[in-house]
Design a protein around this ligand. Structure first.
Ligand code: NAP
Length: 322
């Protein structure tokens, strides 16, 4: 039986070839919205990432049985609507956990030790003699790390922090993470206590109605003035205007950000004029190895979902039992 798949993101050649052995593949540029919607109407499955999929885009897509996002986060989808339509949504947890945790640690280290700011300073020719206090940063090792959302990625960050940097780890979750408590000495506390005690507050929650804007002006005021906020979750978990004010006013020391309210970040964002901000272009999982593994995983998820053989990486498992 021939089936049709819409690919709305470029896939590595070997993954693309693997899919084409199993289905007809239509490549679309999602910026061409009309072509994307038209292709979905002919498709049994779709694979891609980083595009908001609204309910109205699926109204004519009556053949569609599975959507495979090349990401762990699925905030681009209305999951309840997909379930109502009988469309399986799959995602790619685990394969990106370690490289994303590396990105989080890169943000922690570069913010604390001012790596980006000082590398720019050297490049600009300012290094004329032995450096003074004005180039000092703050320690990472031995400090307290507060992880808001200690799941897969948060757990990999906690491991680096506790075992590699001898940090104390605090966390908030709706349910305890017993493995992190046992293996990394992580302690579950209320958000207010985490904000008050942590030297680094690191967000790793999914974007949901509950987590949207969970760090706003009031929460930033509860942080230590010496603390650094790290966000590699999704931009809207933080009230960006409040963060800009807090950084300007010295309410907190700095921020390491991989994600923003609007991406790409506007070139005139006040965040880019602040030396105490490290801003990255959403590179959490962006290594050659990990992005390849994610694409392969997403392709396998899609074919497995269409074949009815997939048992894991399913976001809306209830669709299978309707
Ligand atoms: P995960 O394993 O599901 O972990 C998420 C954690 O957040 C869980 O421990 C969960 O615990 C907690 N949580 C959920 N809702 C919460 C709430 N309302 N209050 C407090 N804690 C809450 O997911 P993951 O694989 O670690 O990925 C986490 C997120 O990272 C993804 O959803 C994605 O948005 C983001 N991400 C970003 C990048 C990037 O490029 N920057 C890359 C990969 C992932 P409870 O359920 O017990 O609350």
């Amino acid at each position: 039986m021939t089936r049709t798949i819409v690919a709305y993101k470029a896939l590595p050649p070997d993954v693309d070839a693997w899919l084409r052995e199993r289905a007809d593949v239509i490549d679309v540029d999602p910026k061409d919205h009309a072509a994307f919607v038209a292709a979905l109407q002919r498709a049994d499955g779709a694979i891609g990432a980083s595009v908001k999929i609204s309910a109205d885009m699926l109204d004519g897509a009556t053949r569609l049985k599975a959507f495979s996002t090349i990401s762990v986060g699925f905030d681009q989808f209305d999951v309840a609507d997909l379930t109502r339509r009988g469309i399986v949504l799959t995602h790619t947890p685990d394969v990106l956990t370690e490289s994303t945790a590396d990105t989080v640690f890169a943000l922690i280290l570069s913010s604390a030790r001012r790596v980006v700011e000082l590398a720019d300073w050297v490049r600009e020719g300012h290094w004329k003699g032995s450096i003074g206090e004005d180039c000092f940063g703050v320690d990472v090792q031995g400090k307290t790390l507060g992880i808001v959302g200690l799941g897969r990625i948060g757990g990999a960050v906690a491991r680096r922090a506790a075992l590699g940097f001898r940090m104390n780890v605090l966390y908030t979750n709706r349910s305890p993470n017993e493995q992190a408590e046992r293996d990394y000495g992580a302690r579950r506390v209320e958000l207010d206590e985490l904000l008050a005690q942590a030297d680094f507050v690191c967000l790793q929650v999914p974007l949901t109605p509950e987590t949207r804007g969970m760090i706003g002006a009031a929460e930033l005021r509860k942080m230590k003035r010496s603390a650094i906020l790290i966000n590699a979750s999704r931009g809207p978990t933080v009230d960006e205007a409040a963060l800009i004010d807090a950084l300007r006013d010295g309410t907190i020391r700095g921020a390491g950000l991989d994600v923003f309210e609007h991406e790409p970040l506007a070139a005139d964002s006040p965040l880019l004029a602040m030396k105490n901000v490290v801003a990255l272009p959403h590179i959490g999982s962006a290594t050659h190895e990990t992005r390849h593994a994610m694409a392969r995983n997403a392709a396998e998820n899609l074919i497995g979902a269409l074949d009815g053989t997939l048992t894991q990486n399913i976001v809306n498992r209830d669709v299978l039992t309707r």
